[in-house]
Design a protein around this ligand. Structure first.
Ligand code: GDP
Length: 318
């Protein structure tokens, strides 16, 4: 990419943050803007919890817990033990260090800061070079219709461990939500060179971002290449309920289904080498590589491969 070129990446939590970390390590400081899903945000114990933003912050700051895959490393659990002993709500695990993030975020929001401002302040404190932005400063909340009725996202995801069968999803508040100002600016930036959809859950993590008015339209009207990385490898999710949900929604769990899901929004799909023969809608290019990210080197390799694919797509557009 040329000097000064900017990249916007749309991301959920764990899967998205893996690629975001690779891109962060590869690109110059401030070249990457990660737009985070906030559909998973919720109010818990009086605190504003933003799981995907926090996964991105902790991952890019090197504070994440690589074994658990969520939360902070070297975490302690005094608060959880104490609240459980009081008979309080203990189904959502909040480590002591993590708790500080939610307390300080809630305080700042209460003092009138936007979620964008709070996230930017935390990014600076953590010394992260890339920008992390909430998709919107307005509340958008993912709800899941299941065979047990409508469930708030964290109730489905954490409390019920994704066990209920998913029938439909809705993003409450999305129709009237405004794109966060810095997100709109990042997409309109003349220096923007590519839009990347990280290997996040297309339904739970990326669709809420696309539901923010103007987002889908911006992708459809893109002047730069857009590429998605499939979170499905050989019909399976690396982690989490993506493949299970696809089957419950009557869709075949495959990279081809991911391709159809993003039809019209992307120019290229990066699939795993195991899926190199994937069928995609007309006009979409397929790139195949090792997309399973176990190590930091894997993340950087995939980021480099994604940027090379985007450069190839840009050449095709010129
Ligand atoms: P969440 O918000 O924490 O659930 O995380 P995301 O939505 O960002 O990521 C979940 C998705 O990441 C799942 O569909 C996984 O299959 C996918 N994923 C996780 N690790 C990898 C990986 O190493 N490679 C690929 N291609 N996908 C991955």
């Amino acid at each position: 990419m040329s000097d000064g070129a900017k990249v916007v990446a749309l991301s959920g939590g764990i899967g998205g943050a893996k690629l975001a970390l690779g891109l962060d390590r590869l690109l110059p400081a401030c070249a990457l803007t990660v737009v985070a899903n906030t559909g998973d945000d919720f109010n818990h114990l009086g605190l504003h919890v933003s799981p995907d933003i926090d996964t991105l912050l902790y991952t890019l700051a090197g504070l994440d817990d690589p074994t658990k895959g969520w939360g902070r490393r070297d975490e302690t659990w005094t608060f959880m033990k104490a609240i459980a002993a009081l008979g309080g709500e203990s189904w959502f695990l909040l480590g002591d260090g993590d708790l500080a993030t939610h307390v300080e975020r809630t305080r700042r929001l209460g003092a009138g800061e936007t979620l964008s401002m709070v996230t930017e302040a935390f990014r600076q404190r953590f010394g992260i070079a890339s920008r992390i932005l909430p998709m919107s400063d307005d509340a958008v909340r993912t709800r899941v219709r299941t065979d047990e009725g409508w469930l708030d996202f964290q109730h489905y995801f954490v409390r019920r461990r994704c066990e209920p069968a998913v029938e439909a999803l809705e993003f409450t508040g999305a129709v009237s939500a405004r794109m966060a100002p810095d997100v709109a600016a990042a997409i309109a930036d003349p220096a923007l060179a590519a839009i990347i959809i990280c290997p996040s859950n297309p339904y739970l993590s990326v669709d809420p971002i696309l539901a923010v008015p103007g987002m889908r339209e911006a992708l459809r009207a893109r002047r730069v290449p857009a590429l998605a990385v499939s979170p499905i490898i050989a019909g399976q999710a690396v982690k989490g309920p993506t493949a299970k949900m696809m089957a419950e929604l009557g869709l075949e769990p495959s990279a081809a289904t991911v391709a159809r899901h993003y039809e019209g929004l992307i120019d290229g799909l990066m699939v795993d080498a195991l899926d190199a023969d994937v069928e995609v809608p007309a006009g979409m290019r397929v790139f195949a590589a090792a997309t399973l990210m176990r190590s930091l080197d894997d993340r950087i390799y995939l980021a480099r491969t994604v940027l090379a694919a985007v450069a190839e797509l840009a050449g095709g557009r010129a």
